[in-house]
Design a protein. Sequence first.
Length: 257
Amino acid sequence: MKKHFTIPTMAALGLSSMLVTGQAAADTLLGVYVGGDGWRADVTGSFGTSEPAPVFNFNSKTQGSYYIALEHPVPVLPNIRLAHNQLDANGITIIDGQFSFAGETFVVNTTVANQVDLTNTDIVLYYEILDNSVVALDLGVNAKHLDGSASVTEQAQNGLQAEQSVSQWIPLAYLSSKIGLPLTGLDIFAQGSYIGWSDSRMYDVQAGIGYEIVDSLAVDIRIKVGYRAVNLRLDDLDSLYSNLDFKGAFAGVELHF
């Protein structure tokens, strides 16, 4: 049976086509991604202003991470991603050996409150090597600004307090990949930054599963869950030595305009 389209129907189809074309053109000109993650990190490791550095106890804590990325169609110019990563932890430790930190000396069996705050900001410049509905691959460089401190406070009246600050830019290699599972709305993703130099190393990696819950002309909304691991093995970075691990599951949401 032949279908006959009335004028209102044809007008509606034409308007729908224009909206889809307009959205595709807008996305081609500029894609904006905004997201946030929360992850429950278990923290282990050591820090000090000399080596060997003592191992401290840390409480698990929920960390936050927020980002925005801008993508454009100009081939020679990189895309940009800005991220702010909370990275702090505290705990109570009994020092099992004499320990000097930031000019203060803590004797054996001293109970101290220890804290690290290595919150940082990423400025990532990257290129889309692959970008389709099945496979996406981004490569680039990450300029990470590490701005924080580590402190030790003796748990006694008028106890010793010592703090060491650190503020440095650190360049890392950046990679992000995603594999879409057709007809499901699901994807598998991995992302990370890494650098190693001398006796130092730093990485921030994550992997997980995403699901697109909204796919519309105005906005796409994707939720994700996974596992994230951060390691900071710093050798005399602004006089700070550390080998700290933050690891745990995370969940987040991402909006694409």
